[in-house]
Ligand binder design. Sequence first.
Ligand code: G6P
Length: 369
Amino acid sequence: EAAEKSGYDHFMLKEIHEQPTSIQNTFAGKLMELEGTVRMNELYLNPEQIKHLRRATIVACGTSWNAGILGKYLFEKLAGIHTDIETASEFRYGNPVLCGEELTIAITQSGETADTLAAVRSSKSYGCRTVAITNVVGSTITRESDSIVYTRAGPEIGVAATKTFTAQLITLYMLAIHMGRTRGVITADEAKDLIVNLKRLPGQIQRILNRKEKIKECAQQFADKRDYFFIGRYLNYPVALEGALKLKEISYIHAEGYAAGELKHGPLALITEETPVVAIATKGHTYDKILSNIKEVKARNAVVIAVANEDDKEIEKYADMVLRIPASHEMTSPVLSSVVLQLLAYYTALAKDCSIDKPRNLAKSVTVE
Ligand code: G6P
């Protein structure tokens, strides 16, 4: 097993470090930078079908569901497709109103999650076309979906998903750009700009990994806390949810991810000097809003750990601690912030001597209801 970990103490740490490479595998052969297009040969939807799509529904569980929220925002912004994101276990027992002009996109790392499979079967019974985004070749979902897009992150052993999550995000960017170009919602130049920024991600992630000591120190400082909050807005909202999920999965600290604008509708009552608040405060059109949210929690004496861009000097006036990501495009920074939060969870669990690769009560894939 030590050999399989390639010198890392845990599979999770190894898999976090594989991301500069795994992301390139997810891209491979798809990004047509000069033309401003993304090649998606696996998608069995012709241009006319893509143009006439009325709605997309994303179904997923756990970390894959968090990725799906980013997918919703991307499909709506880049492809102009109304998109719903549904928890598969709820969707299967709800009363979805679906029809044949619609697409269901199932996101599942393992391709075996029982609830996600059931949601796909249910969508098919309404005549929807189905696309599966999965990491496992030949998994059950690949036999049940019309199109299969592989995330190609390589096998993931740690129960807490890391490199497969970022691979899902990358796949969603590529699908959104592909559909957005086909539908004429974004121009070739806009697509090129995004593609250039996607291609920068492996190098930018490497930069974060090279300077992980600061994240480790931060994790150690707050490892004895009972509760943590993670807040973000828009594209950083799913980052906050996934940051909280990672922390609770492997360090057993109670953590909640919140849309920062919702703080005043409940969570503020729980904020004290004992609750660290991680604020994803990267540059973008909601930056000023998250600064206001940081002020709200500071006023309740919370310790604020901000995730911010390297070129942001202003943030130091507001946050107690700043974890940096390279200067980046608003649209692609969620991938970078996610890597920071993976490391924060990892080093917190390490400081608490938890069973990182096999957290209690959790399984890598949940094949029963
Ligand atoms: C389990 C795993 C999670 C995963 C979820 C959904 O709970 O521990 O890491 O996100 O299942 O799995 P899937 O394979 O469908 O993405």
